[in-house]
Design a binder for this molecule. Structure first.
Ligand code: Y39
Ligand code: FE
Ligand code: FE
Ligand code: FE
Length: 230
């Protein structure tokens, strides 16, 4: 709608577009790299699911290569230093949880929060992407639903034992996503991705995931209230 109208005016070769793309593209490449590492690490915590988690990790590696190609295609050099800093807090929280063997927290960070962030970002990007990147992103976003589904199924099967840890991990990590969104608001806008749409899509995907896992509507509302507000 609004987004499609804007996309017809986008100049993918303008310096303004390419400058914003150097950061957003880097975030996505770094995110995919970290997602690969996270699923490999999760496989060490969940030996029974090792085969599937290794498959998910390999998908993330393919995604990274796809998005590197998108940057190349526009002659953009991704600002990887910026992107590494961008993920620092979530990265550290995942590493801390991993060191303590807190598989529920690791799953919440990667398979719920980061996957929902990816799903929102990619769905909002597709209608305004250049034709090359659009094709790549359409393939990628399908995989991200598979990753989200892995987390949902595991947490649903262990719901009663996981509930308290999920609520604590949500409280710790959801506000970080809000900060991350605010940090890229201007760059996203230049790519014709509206922050309001990103938040809306994130909250829908995240709320649905929490419902599928077993949380009540009231619990979901309380959990969602952490962070994703100005
Ligand atoms: O599971 C995954 O593949 C996730 C790593 C990818 C996260 C991508 C994060 C995208 C944020 C982009 C922000 C654009 C406004
Ligand atoms: Fe991915
Ligand atoms: Fe993923
Ligand atoms: Fe706006």
């Amino acid at each position: 709608m609004q987004q499609l109208a804007v996309s017809t005016e986008l100049d993918y070769q303008s310096e303004t577009y390419k400058d914003a793309y150097s950061r957003i593209n880097a975030i996505v490449i770094e995110g995919e790299q970290e997602a690969y590492d996270n699923y490999i690490n999760l496989a060490s915590l969940l030996p029974d699911d090792k085969e599937q988690l290794t498959k998910l990790a390999k998908m993330e590696n393919r995604h990274m290569k796809g998005f590197q190609a998108c940057g190349n295609n526009l002659n953009v050099t991704p600002d990887m230093e910026f992107a590494k800093k961008y993920f620092n807090q979530l990265h550290q929280n995942f590493q801390d949880a991993l060191a303590e063997g807190k598989v529920v927290t690791c799953l919440l960070i990667q398979s719920l929060i980061i996957e929902c962030f990816a799903i929102a970002a990619y769905n909002i990007y597709i209608p305004v992407a250049d034709p090359f990147a659009r094709k790549i992103t359409e393939g990628v976003v399908k995989d991200e639903y598979t990753h989200l589904n892995f987390g949902e199924e595991w947490l649903k099967a262990h719901f009663e034992d996981s509930k308290a840890e999920l609520q604590a991990a949500n409280k710790q990590n959801l506000p970080i996503v809000w900060k991350m969104l605010n940090q890229v608001e201007k760059d996203a806008q230049i790519l014709a991705m509206e922050k309001e749409s990103l938040i809306e899509d994130f909250m829908i995907a995240y709320g649905e995931a929490l419902a599928n896992i077993g949380f009540s509507t009231g619990e979901i509302m309380r959990m969602s209230a952490y962070g994703l507000r100005p």
